[in-house]
Design a binder for this molecule. Structure first.
Ligand code: ATP
Length: 255
């Protein structure tokens, strides 16, 4: 399979001299096309820092990150903007939709910036809306949608440009359990039907159980890695709980 993401021995320090924090401490891993990978770890372990460095929102102190053959740790300014727009899709905990635009317009925005033709935009949006079950909310504004619908619109916006990599930071964090389940089924569809490559940060074992492989981070280092293989989601969930217990004792207090 084609390699999409390669993280090589990255370190990230915050602060200076006496108040220095080593947030990432020699992390390396690879993600191939059409993989759905979870990143888990206790609070403060470095999950968001890692995702932000991969998202090119933050800089690594040392090490390299390559996405779809672009060495992102070396990209600057304008090239970085274009890279982000063309190669990455983002899904955040708080949806980040524009309130003054309809669902359709929110999804269309990324394509308009890429100067795609209106007919092409229309057919791409209709296709992705159907896949994610949001065709009936395209004309609505975010305030007229449920949280789950808003997050699936955000998902559509992230995938519609066909990015190399989708980055999701606690995407189910603001959703009730039914909406979370629907969203995770949408992620599965994006991954299986459209071969989307997804990297998802979560502290929630249920959310993580939808992925195919999980990297566990502790104190800025990779502590463990598990692959779902032929496990059912329930079996994978139980293995996730086992690792969480190993990492910190009482599961309820760890993540
Ligand atoms: N801007 C910053 N300045 C200084 N230290 C920071 C900064 N951002 C993060 N840190 C520190 O880096 C470490 C990793 O933080 P990070 O937010 O990546 O953890 P996390 O695993 O995402 O935690 P959580 O699950 O609580 O969001 C923590 O010790 C944190 O205090």
């Amino acid at each position: 399979m084609k390699n999409i993401l390669s993280v090589e021995n990255i370190e990230k320090y915050y602060g200076k001299k006496e108040v220095i924090t080593k947030a990432l401490d020699g992390i390396s891993f690879k993600v191939d096309k059409a993989e759905f990978v979870g990143i888990m770890g206790p609070s403060g372990s470095g999950k968001t820092t890692l995702l932000n460095c991969i998202a090119t929102i933050d800089n690594v102190t040392t090490g390299n990150i390559t996405i779809n053959n672009h060495e992102v740790t070396k990209l600057k300014f304008k090239k970085l903007d274009k890279f982000r727009r063309d190669e990455l899709g983002f899904i955040f905990q708080d949806f980040n939709l524009l309130d003054t635009l309809t669902g359709y317009e929110n999804i269309a925005l990324a394509l308009t910036i890429q100067e795609r033709k209106p007919k092409e935009i229309d057919s791409l949006i209709k296709k992705v809306a159907e896949t994610l079950g949001i065709s009936d909310v395209l004309k609505k504004y975010p305030y007229q949608m449920s949280g789950g619908q808003q997050q699936r619109v955000a998902c559509a916006r992230a995938i519609v440009t066909n990015p190399s990599l989708i980055l999701a930071d606690e995407p189910t964090g603001a959703l009730d359990s039914k909406s979370a389940r629907l969203l995770l089924e949408s992620f599965e569809k994006l991954n299986r039907s459209l071969e989307a490559t997804i990297l998802l940060v979560t502290h929630d074992a249920f959310t993580a159980s939808y992925t195919n492989r999980i990297l566990f981070i502790k104190d800025g280092k990779i502590f463990n890695e598990i692959v779902r293989g032929s496990d059912s989601r329930k079996e994978f969930f139980n293995r996730i709980i086992e690792v969480m217990t190993l990492m910190g004792g009482d599961v309820n207090n760890v993540f």
